[in-house]
Design a protein around this ligand. Structure first.
Ligand code: SF4
Ligand code: MG
Length: 331
């Protein structure tokens, strides 16, 4: 499979009055053509910061990519100029956020907003751009697109607005779509429709998708692969089946036991005790140590090496590493 995104050893920090927050601490991730990778974890785990780093949307100051590379089609995005980045954003890579209203201009018709980018980037005439916009509205399931093009955002429901935002994100035919909590603001029925829409779009256009979410129900429906983040690190990655049926990291196991899931009925929910570590001075060892029911002595001292459980399933946990014994003995 063709790799379209390769993130290596990414470190991102934010300087505040209280000190430096190490929001992302050595993230490695890969994305293949045509797949949906879900990045999951609690708020503050670094998933949105990772996504924003790809788009160079880290506000600087206070934020800074301190280390690492993000290759998108042979180019290291961390090294691109603002101008080069503007040519990529919305064209090669598009992003969708939680609240569709922030992405739409209330004073412009949907038609104007849809065609603006594509006219500019693909040098289309007004008519060609209108045709393309109508195609896109059809693709995302907006009825009567010709008429709807003349309307303003407030004339649409929340779910319809998110469909329009998705149409806007796709109109320039990007290779990568990053969706950050795209269904969080929507009610459950609409959520399910939008998730189906993502699947259909991927099927029809072949776009690769990174889906950022705290909602494992969403992930269970659409992700091909899942990366679980905790305290600025990716602690486990695997196929959807591996993560849901053979979760290995105690945090992933805790996460699956603590949230209601669409794929399981009436299981007893067990919240994970405690809170994530302070990222002003993150622990040297495994950041989950203080909350982990299986923690060993070595865990608080040295960050675990990555163990490969299968070609696709990787975990950072001492439980899987025979060397833990050696480190315990010598510590
Ligand atoms: Fe628990 Fe240790 Fe594994 Fe961390 S490395 S998850 S503390 S067992
Ligand atoms: Mg890599």
């Amino acid at each position: 499979m063709e790799k379209i995104l390769d993130i290596n050893d990414l470190h991102v920090s934010f300087v505040t009055y209280g000190g430096e927050v190490q929001a992302v601490r050595g993230v490695n991730l890969e994305l293949y053509k045509g797949e949906t990778l879900a990045i999951v974890g609690e708020s503050g785990c670094g998933k949105s910061v990772t996504a924003n780093s790809i788009m160079k949307l880290i506000p600087s100051p206070p934020g800074r990519i301190k280390q690492g590379s993000i290759y998108f089609k042979e180019k290291d995005m961390t090294k691109l100029s603002k101008k080069a980045m503007r040519n990529i954003r919305g064209v090669d890579i598009s992003m969708i956020f939680q609240d569709p209203m922030t992405a739409l201009n209330p004073t412009l018709t949907i038609g104007n907003q849809l065609t603006e980018g594509v006219k500019q980037h693909q040098k289309l005439s007004r008519r060609q751009a209108d045709e393309k916009a109508i195609d896109m509205l059809n693709l995302v399931g907006i009825p009567n697109p010709e008429e709807r093009m003349k309307q303003y955002p407030h004339q649409f429901s929340g779910g319809m607005r998110q469909r329009i935002v998705i149409a806007m994100a796709l109109i320039c035919e990007p290779e990568l779509l990053i969706a950050d909590e795209p269904t969080t603001a929507l009610d459950v029925t609409i959520q399910a429709q939008i998730l189906q829409l993502f699947q259909r779009i991927q099927h029809e256009t072949g776009v690769s998708i990174i889906l950022i979410t705290h909602d494992l129900g969403v992930v269970a429906k659409v992700a091909d692969r899942i990366a679980v983040m905790y305290a600025g690190k990716v602690i486990e990655t695997g196929s959807r089946q591996e993560i849901f049926y053979r979760p290995n990291h105690p945090y992933t196991q805790g996460l699956l036991n603590s949230v209601p899931r669409l794929d399981q009925r009436s299981e007893k929910l067990v919240p994970i005790d405690g809170t994530p570590p302070d990222l002003f001075s993150p622990p040297e060892g495994c950041p989950f140590t203080a909350r982990c029911p299986k923690a060993m002595e070595v865990c608080s001292q040295i960050y675990p090496f990555q163990t490969e459980l299968s070609d696709t399933h990787h975990v950072d946990c001492w439980l899987q590493d025979e060397r833990a014994q050696k480190y315990i003995a010598s510590s």
